[in-house]
Design a protein around this ligand. Structure first.
Ligand code: ATP
Ligand code: MG
Length: 361
């Protein structure tokens, strides 16, 4: 069986460090590994509209931002097909058929959607499209016969929902769709990177992000203002590592060689943590260290972004070509789905012959 990747992001804002460690960095590595037959990267604008129906301009403006973030992180259109979801009508048709395979109570149990409904104060007014987006996500994944979905932990329930739809579809209509697997970040700090405010998840909608396209100064300010241990007031005070965002980010980004470059007095992260726990290590020193590491990671991304920003029509053209390629693949899967469901009446010569028999008797 072919190994195929499908993953993507909602164009609700520029991409941030959570996207980077949760999925984007991995995608680039997988793209370059040569292990995959195909890589599809989707800008999920239709999904973004499910909770932004009143603000389509936001989505429209952010498509190019996400595309620029992709290119500057190293996604390469020669190796990965980058496309825009809403331009592939086939995905909607798949969703319409899959909806019949999922119950309302099953959707209500999706913990990510539950949390998002709460966060958006949707309790009494959930848009139907938002409530059903896990089904539309199943269409996105299965349309490309994806085997592998590199994503953050919040996506686990979506992949499980997709797998259930695939099993149900195949058991009713015959083996047609492929069950995908989620590929989570190997490093546990990257599963769900917290926001700079210490909240559970860095998220565009919560305004607690360090963006890949933030300037050096913006990143520095955000790092220096980050949530740490509120009980660690004086340098001499013992500090807590658990729930301390600066240390979570160090877990996500710090590599042994960073110590040699920026903090040669320490042998590694464990020693730094021990010192903080004991007391005598100030937040400012740790934050400065984190800032140096982040700047080193982000500077080449910023530089590449500047280059791509010089040819915006070229970026739209890349998206158009990617979308055309992706649409052909989705159309092929939709044909197979229709045949499996036997709703391909005009191509079903057997059906036409048998009906003709029936009426001539
Ligand atoms: P929104 O608030 O509009 O939902 P978001 O910041 O949650 O935006 P998405 O576009 O929903 O971003 O997520 C895209 C991908 O990035 C998913 O694979 C998701 O798991 C991953 N991701 C998003 N935020 C984080 C995070 N803080 N830590 C790890 N992975 C993340
Ligand atoms: Mg999200």
């Amino acid at each position: 069986m072919k190994k195929i990747i499908l993953t993507g992001d909602r164009p609700t804002g520029r991409l941030h460090l959570g996207h980077y460690v949760g999925s984007l960095k991995r995608r680039v590595e997988l793209q370059n590994s040569g292990e995959f037959d195909k890589v599809f990267i989707m800008i999920a604008d239709a999904q973004a509209l499910t909770d932004n129906a009143d603000n389509p301009e936001k989505i429209r403006q952010n498509i190019i931002e996400v595309a620029l973030d992709y290119l500057s992180c190293g996604l390469d259109p020669a190796k990965s097909t980058i496309f825009i979801q809403s331009q592939i009508a086939e995905l909607c048709e798949l969703t319409f058929y899959y909806m019949n395979l999922v119950t309302v109570s099953r959707l209500q149990r999706n913990p990510t959607v539950k949390a998002e409904i709460q966060m958006r104060n949707f309790e009494t007014s959930i848009p139907v499209g938002f409530f059903t987006y896990p089904i539309s996500q199943a269409s996105d994944i299965t349309a490309f016969k994806a085997t592998t979905v590199p994503a953050g932990e919040d996506q686990e329930p979506m992949i499980e929902q997709t797998r259930e739809i695939v099993r149900k579809f195949n058991s009713i209509y015959g083996e047609t769709l492929v069950e995908p697997e989620i590929l989570l970040p190997g490093n546990s700090a990257c599963l769900r990177l917290p926001g700079t405010d210490g909240k559970a998840k860095m998220s565009k909608s919560l305004g607690n992000c360090i963006y890949l396209s933030d300037t050096e100064e913006e990143v520095r300010k955000k790092v220096m203002g980050m949530f740490t241990d509120p009980g660690h007031i004086k340098v001499e005070d013992p500090g807590k590592i658990e729930g301390n965002t600066v240390f979570t980010y160090l877990d996500a980004f710090c590599r042994p060689e960073h110590f040699a470059g920026y903090l040669p007095d320490y042998s590694g992260l464990d020693e730094l943590k021990d010192h903080y726990r004991r007391g005598g290590l100030g937040d400012v020193k740790v934050k400065k260290f984190l800032n140096s590491i982040l700047q080193e990671e982000l500077e080449p991304i910023r530089q590449r972004r500047k280059e791509f920003e010089k040819d915006i029509p070229g970026v739209y053209n890349m998206l158009k070509e990617g979308t055309e390629t992706a649409r052909k693949v989705a159309a092929r899967t939709l044909d197979e789905v229709r045949s499996a469901m036997k709703i391909n009446y005009f191509d079903d010569h057997e059906l036409i012959a048998s009906q003709s028999d029936r009426f001539s008797r």
